[in-house]
Design a binder for this molecule. Structure first.
Ligand SMILES: [Cu+2]
Length: 123
């Protein structure tokens, strides 16, 4: 009985480890953006208005995110990604963005001022 419990616990650990390693693959039609310390690549992005899907890939060593601001400096509603851990990727969908010029940046302390920002042109 004790052996069975140990076996089940081991199975659970293996299953959890398997889950942690499954990063999403890039959705078709998405815009791949690589995040490192401290930049986005590319930092100049163009996209058609409406639904825009970013595929964020963090190849750095600390967590990063991506927030979109309009030309007035206000954050665009629904345009903030989750925090993406080092080595992880995240599918960041902005459901309805109007044409215009936007800025994007990483909201982690000090990252934007260190250069982690870019320009998004929506046409
Ligand atoms: Cu960052």
């Amino acid at each position: 009985m004790r052996l069975l419990a140990a076996g089940l616990a081991l199975t659970a650990v293996v299953l959890l480890a398997g889950c942690g390693g499954s990063a999403p693959s890039q959705p078709s039609g998405s815009i791949k953006v690589t995040m490192t310390e401290f930049k986005f690549d590319p930092s100049t992005i163009s996209a058609p208005s409406g639904k825009v899907v970013f595929f964020l890939v963090n190849t750095g060593t600390v967590s990063h995110d991506m927030i979109i601001r309009d030309s007035s400096g206000n954050r665009v509603s629904g345009a903030a990604s989750e925090l993406v851990s080092a080595g992880d990727s995240f599918v960041f969908t902005v459901s309805n963005i109007p044409a215009g010029t936007y800025a994007f940046f990483c909201d982690q302390p000090g990252h934007e001022s260190s250069g982690m920002k870019g320009t998004l042109t929506v046409t």
